[in-house]
Design a binder for this molecule. Structure first.
Ligand SMILES: [Zn+2]
Length: 445
């Protein structure tokens, strides 16, 4: 089996999307939302359980119900919305089953025989569906013997067999408690399959042609890159900003590097992006870029609050903010790649963040300025490690910057320098923290 991981990449509209085109896209998104809610409503309940697999019945019923014609939605969008909704319904059932299984396991008033029975009927679909619908459980032939063994099994303490009726009622209650009515208000995007789009050139521009609700009317959206894909995509609409974003799920092959053998500790910061335990720093300009971003955003916020009536500058603001955002994102990616190429790590140890904190930002920064995209750096690091077969080990983060990485004693840091009174060790605070990450990681393993 080839070792691959899924990754979502993004494409962006190059020029502002005209309001007519945005309207056409929003129409599709709104219709897809109606379709999904319709499917949730019809098939989200207990009665439809047996129809969910393999799902042809539902597809046929949805074709026949007339909704597609009523909406005038091209079938390619219609069926994707149906499948998306079915996926959500199935996901809810998977979640319910595993939650009920956990509840059964944790319920001390159930005997081992009773638990055994419940686990069996939850896992075997002919049992689960029918019991919930108050019908006789259907046991597949190859499971007959096992089933008989379970219902004939006698509790050694009481001498009783399991009471199937009572347990079935328990199961129904547990499921009903967890079954939610699915519904979505989201209409800011829709799934799109290859039949509904085509990459190509229009005049000078490279972009994507998209089918709309009007017959034979495709709209063209110029894109910032010239890549073309062939799979199902997701169109994200940003009508406020006159732009669209395309999510492209791709499979990437996991790379392994024979020469990546090092074990490094990493400290993530807002001024310097990454500091290693050996004192190497990557992304030393991150602080400046971030400051530029934060200052722009807070200045714009003040203006906005002051002159709420004149909203004219808002669109310009959103565009500029998106530009700064992209700049920071590109910088993080660049420095992350640089770090990996230079450090050649097999294992990276990073301190875990205490809940509610944000990637090593100091409290002052956390409370005074606008923080750029919480968690982005960490997510990128995780993704890059997966792509390159690097083990990323998270270690406890408590007191990681006040503990001496040489002798383990409690020390102090002042103006970014750590000092240990016991052994006299002195180092950059970030370097000391990164070294502690390695130390903690290795002691645990
Ligand atoms: Zn020390």
């Amino acid at each position: 089996m080839q070792n691959t991981i899924c990754k979502t990449i993004h494409q962006y509209s190059k020029e502002p999307v005209s309001s007519e085109d945005m309207h056409r896209l929003t129409e599709i998104a709104r219709d897809c939302r109606s379709v999904k809610n319709n499917v949730y409503q019809r098939y989200g309940g207990i009665k439809s359980l047996s129809k969910l697999y393999p799902g042809y019945t539902i597809q046929n019923e949805m074709t026949e119900c007339g909704l597609r014609t009523a909406l005038g939605l091209p079938s390619v969008y219609f069926y994707l919305a149906v499948f998306e909704a079915l996926g959500d319904i199935k996901a809810q059932w998977t979640r319910i089953k595993s939650d009920v299984l956990a509840a059964v396991g944790a319920n001390d008033s159930l005997s081992p025989q009773e638990k055994h029975y419940l686990r069996f009927v939850i896992k075997v679909s002919g049992c689960f569906d029918n019991i919930l619908n108050g019908k006789e459980a259907v046991i597949p032939d190859e499971m007959r013997d096992r089933y008989r063994g379970i219902v004939e099994d006698v509790n050694p303490e009481t001498g009783d067999k399991v009471d199937c009726g009572k347990l079935n009622r328990y199961l129904c209650r547990q499921v009903r408690k967890r079954l939610q009515r699915l519904w979505t208000d989201k209409e800011d995007g829709f799934a799109i399959a290859e039949r509904a789009y085509r990459y190509g050139i229009n005049g000078e521009a490279h972009g994507i042609f998209i089918s709309t609700k009007e017959k034979r009317k495709r709209i063209f959206i110029p894109l910032t890159d010239e890549n073309a894909y062939k799979q199902q995509l997701y169109m994200k609409l940003k009508p406020e900003e006159n732009r669209v974003e395309i999510d492209v799920p791709i499979e990437v092959r996991v790379k392994t590097h024979g020469d990546y053998v090092n074990e490094i500790g990493l400290s993530i910061g807002i001024m310097h992006l990454f500091t290693t335990d050996s004192g190497n720093v990557y992304g030393e300009h991150f602080g400046e870029l971030h400051k530029e971003f934060a200052e722009y955003v807070s200045a714009a916020d003040r203006t906005y609050r002051r002159e709420k009536e004149h909203n004219a500058g808002r669109k310009k603001y959103i565009r500029q903010k998106a530009r700064l955002d992209a700049k920071l994102e590109a910088y993080v990616n660049w420095q992350l790649n640089r770090m990996l190429a230079q450090e050649k790590p097999r294992t990276i140890y990073v301190p875990k963040l205490p809940p509610g904190s944000s990637d090593g930002y100091s409290p002052q920064i956390r409370y005074t300025a606008n923080i750029w995209r919480r968690g982005f750096i960490r997510k990128r690091l995780e993704q890059k490690c997966r792509e390159n077969s690097i083990a990323l080990v998270t270690v406890a983060g408590k007191a990681i910057s006040t503990e001496c990485s040489r002798c383990g004693a409690a020390g102090v840091h002042h103006k970014g320098v750590f000092q240990c009174e016991r052994c006299g060790y002195e180092a950059d605070k970030k370097v000391n923290a990164a070294a502690n990450a390695v130390r903690r990681g290795k002691t645990v393993l």
